[in-house]
Design a protein around this ligand. Structure first.
Ligand code: TYD
Length: 210
């Protein structure tokens, strides 16, 4: 049974930790789970990632940024995600097309309808069955992030607090447009509580898909 689940959230919300815990839990139940991430996930995508996240890429235009994220995504969908789903596997992806709507759309102010067209083109229309959105206030996310990475920030992390606040409220608007597809999880709680809530929501999606 193939299921595509993505994780979204502000920087420092704990997506990576929760994705890993969920993957282990699903594997214990016999699912063939692929864990992957954006930008990246393929050799080509990782090279694009290095360019787009590099703090030295200061002069990058917002339009260049969106096309680079999308180029990495197109490669990822074609080379990795679709083939795994075709084999009947579960794909867990750390960030996906909704990051583009939140960061480049709400964060940078690029035109949302255009971004949706670009997303559809880059993904050949592939959308997740469930988006797990880990919600933490932007300031807390940045603080956690700084602690975790010892202050090593990428080009997007280094944006202003106001930018990260726009990203967060963007995610909440996106989720309110499609509540059946989004699980909004309050991630400012202990890991076990958050993970348990994620599993409950994933169980429902797995039941619906089987
Ligand atoms: P990463 O180090 O993977 O951060 P995180 O652990 O928060 O996922 O960096 C990815 C950064 O790229 C993150 O700040 C969000 C940003 N991003 C976009 O702006 N647009 C996109 O489409 C994607 C996939 C990521």
């Amino acid at each position: 049974m193939s299921v595509f689940i993505t994780f979204e959230g502000p920087d420092g919300s704990g997506k990576t930790t929760h994705l890993k815990l969920l993957a282990d839990w699903l594997r214990d139940q016999g699912y063939d789970v692929l864990e992957t991430r954006e930008p990246g996930g393929t050799a080509i995508g990782e090279r694009v990632r290095a360019i787009v996240l590099d703090r030295a890429s200061q002069e990058m235009e917002a339009t260049t940024e969106i096309l680079l994220f999308s180029a990495a995504r197109a490669q990822h969908v074609g080379q990795i995600i679709r083939p795994h789903l075709s084999r009947g596997g579960v794909v867990l992806c750390d960030r996906y097309a909704d990051s583009t709507l939140a960061y480049q759309g709400y964060g940078r102010g690029l035109d949302l309808p255009t971004l949706r067209v670009i997303n559809a083109f880059a993904t050949s229309g592939l959308r997740p069955a469930l988006i797990v959105y880990l919600d933490v206030p932007a300031a807390e996310g940045l603080e956690r992030r700084q602690r975790a990475k010892g202050g090593e920030w990428n080009r997007l992390d280094a944006e202003t607090l106001a930018f990260h606040q726009r990203v967060r409220s963007g995610y909440l608007s996106l989720a309110s447009e499609e509540p059946h597809r989004w699980a909004i999880i309050n991630a400012a709680r202990p890991t076990e509580v958050v993970q348990q809530e994620i599993r409950e929501r994933v169980k429902k999606v797995l039941t619906a898909a089987s």
